[in-house]
Design a protein around this ligand. Structure first.
Ligand SMILES: [Zn+2]
Length: 249
């Protein structure tokens, strides 16, 4: 699904997504930087999800041979569970926030809250988190060149540790890949897990509200092609009133 000629949605389950791949995949975004393509998050690679995402990419007339990198926003399974499979199948370099790297490399199910998420029924009890090698660690202030486009890295913990958001400087507009830091309508996702923090979420939202962009591309739910910052502002206003913004769920 084409957002513009440089950003596409190529995957995502049907619960809070477009039914482009299998549940519970997050939105899987594709950036076309000209000489190379990059994915932002990849979902869980359960069932035929990888094939569906590959077919979606080709259906946009994009060459899978140009796919070079997978950039992760955080280590939750619906965003990164399939990273090892994507890395191997497409020969991708995996880029991830520094705080997420240890858990990704070891497949530590407690660190990524998979143990409690299984008990809560979000994932099958026999699901296993396949560790993935990370080729490049990303921290605040880093820049990633994607062909003729550039990505800026912002650390945005709160939803969980090791969470980053990415500002893409496109040819005619700027996009914020917010992961699960903030959503359309100023919603957030706070969960009863060990590394979720209201205060860190508020600090991250305050950081994002100051960025210059047009298009808000969150990890789930509605996308705002224009006026993206107005949605982040709603979350910031709630935090600034000392209340917590509404949860996405
Ligand atoms: Zn998450």
């Amino acid at each position: 699904m084409r957002i513009t000629d440089e950003v596409y949605v190529v995957g995502g389950g049907s619960t809070l997504g477009f039914g482009l791949s299998n549940a519970p995949d997050c939105h899987v975004y594709l950036i076309d930087g000209g000489e190379e393509l990059a994915l932002v998050d990849c979902g869980m690679a359960e069932g035929d999800s990888v094939d569906r995402i590959a077919r979606n990419i080709e259906a946009e007339g994009l060459d899978l041979g140009r796919l070079r990198r997978l950039i992760l926003t955080h280590y939750h399974m619906d965003h990164a569970g399939g990273a090892a499979r994507f890395r191997e199948q497409f020969g991708l370099d995996v880029l991830a926030p520094t705080g997420a790297v240890a858990a990704l490399r070891t497949g530590d199910e407690r660190a990524v809250a998979l143990d409690v998420a299984k008990r809560a029924g979000y994932y099958a009890a026999d699901y296993r988190f396949e560790p993935v090698e990370v080729d490049r660690e990303l921290t605040e202030g880093d820049h990633v060149r994607l062909g003729n486009l550039q990505l800026e890295v912002y650390d945005t913990p709160g939803h969980c540790d090791g969470h980053a958001s990415y500002l893409l400087v496109g040819r005619s507009r700027r996009y914020l890949f917010a992961g699960d830091a903030v959503f359309h309508g100023g919603r957030i996702v706070l969960q009863n897990i060990h590394d979720c923090s209201i205060q860190r979420s508020a600090t991250s939202v305050e950081k994002l509200v100051g960025l210059d962009f047009e298009t808000l591309l969150p990890g789930h739910g509605t996308i705002a092609v224009d006026n993206g910052p107005s949605h982040v502002r709603l979350a910031a206003d709630a935090f600034n009133s000392l209340f917590v913004p509404k949860n996405l769920h």
